[in-house]
Write a protein that binds this ligand. Structure first.
Ligand code: AOF
Ligand code: ZN
Length: 367
């Protein structure tokens, strides 16, 4: 016997197993309870085009779903897309009650709850909504905004530096933090870096198991913001380990600062099915994303080291005075290895500033 609330907690956890492989679709988890409240089936959505979570769970439950309850993290779909409508499948299976965490915000798929009710099925919504929304935050934000959800990730010393005075920057954070970054990369559809970082560090930008170096089965798209096409022919981002898109201004347009138009870049990524982006630097590209209001979440790995000199983790976010500082709220603080990892979200901007700051031409072009 499992309560509906407990089943929803389990459904949210199941849904998370699809993170990184379902885009452009959401992550969804589903638990089916038999008439006596026992679990008779469970499923999650694993990849776009594959069966929806409800269908996986129904297939497991078979006849045992009749007279039972479907507990699902997202409103069952009402449309025939890559697969048939889950609302109909639930009706045909003879489910008595459906418990939903989050309503489907897409006009195409929404309407499942109404269809179920019209068929005489009891529908409850909003159970563990906040938790389920958090689990699907990238997809929900992306479909609402029409651009991918952007997480800026950086590693820095306690004094906010990402390189020493001589430019050396490897292993600022601990091995545990670096392994954690690979877990983070495995949950996104694309990793974005500026050409300055590609030239300076020659990163591979792939998801690897740090213990043995093996590559993950699914690799995010590697995206290099490279206004004037300076990515070296031998750069590791061009290897065959993952797909790569080197984006020039000629291809997506030029932004107000004379470099790749970042809004247009995100729009193009959305068009390619990307819903979840990890922005990995460098500091100038991160500054431009922040200045444009295009960062939804910041994850920082802060190492207990001091440098006192060297490149800042963030360069020029268009802020000239303290009143214009980008304010964030911490949503999580964890210790990883010897480092501190924080997650923070920018506060919505109040009224536009009375003191607009124009970006100085600083010759710091890194994208
Ligand atoms: C999923 N998996 O478990 C549920 C979804 O492209 P389609 O035809 O598979 O439809 C995708 C839409 O269906 C998706 O955007 C969402 O609105 C709805 N529900 N989708 O991929 C699932 N339950
Ligand atoms: Zn469906």
């Amino acid at each position: 016997m499992v309560t509906e609330d407990e089943a929803m907690r389990r459904a949210v956890a199941l849904a998370a197993r699809g993170l990184g492989t379902t885009s452009p679709n959401p992550v969804v988890g589903c638990i089916l309870l038999g008439p006596g409240g026992e679990v008779v089936g469970e499923g999650f959505h694993a990849y776009a085009g594959g069966p929806h979570a409800e269908i996986v769970a129904l297939a497991q439950a078979g006849e045992r779903a009749r007279g039972g309850t479907c507990v699902v993290t997202l409103e069952p779909c009402n449309h025939t897309g890559r697969t048939g409508p889950c609302s109909d499948a639930l009706i045909h299976a003879g489910v008595r009650r459906v418990v939903i965490a989050v309503d489907d915000p897409t006009p195409v798929a929404a309407g499942g709850a109404a269809t179920l009710r019209a068929a005489g099925i009891e529908v409850a919504t909003g159970v563990r909504r906040a938790e389920a929304e958090l689990g699907n935050v990238a997809w929900l934000t992306a479909v609402r905004r029409g651009r991918p959800y952007v997480t800026w990730k950086f590693a820095a010393t306690l004094d906010g530096r990402s390189a020493a005075a001589d430019g050396t920057s490897q292993w600022i954070s601990s091995a545990e933090s670096r392994a954690d970054v690979h877990v983070l990369r495995s949950t996104v559809d694309a990793i974005v870096a500026g050409v300055g970082t590609v030239v300076a560090d020659d990163p591979q930008l792939t998801v690897r198991d740090l213990r043995d170096g093996t590559l993950a089965i699914k690799q995010p798209l590697r995206v290099v913001a490279d206004s004037s096409g300076r990515t070296p022919a031998a750069a590791r981002v061009r290897d065959a380990a993952a797909p790569t898109w080197i984006v020039t201004s000629a291809e997506v347009g030029t932004g107000p600062d004379g470099r790749v138009d970042l809004s247009a870049l995100l729009g193009a990524l959305f068009g390619r099915g990307v819903r979840n982006v990890l922005l990995e630097g460098g500091p100038t590209l991160a500054g431009a994303f922040l200045a444009a209001g295009l960062v939804d979440r910041v994850i920082g790995y802060v190492a207990p080291k001091l440098l006192g000199a060297g490149r800042a983790a963030l360069v020029d976010a268009g802020i000239g005075t303290i009143a214009d500082a980008i304010e964030l709220d911490f949503t999580e603080i964890t210790q990883i290895g010897g480092d501190l990892r924080f997650t923070a979200t920018p506060r919505p901007k109040p009224a536009p500033s009375d003191h607009p700051v124009t970006r100085p031409a600083d010759g710091n072009e890194d994208f």
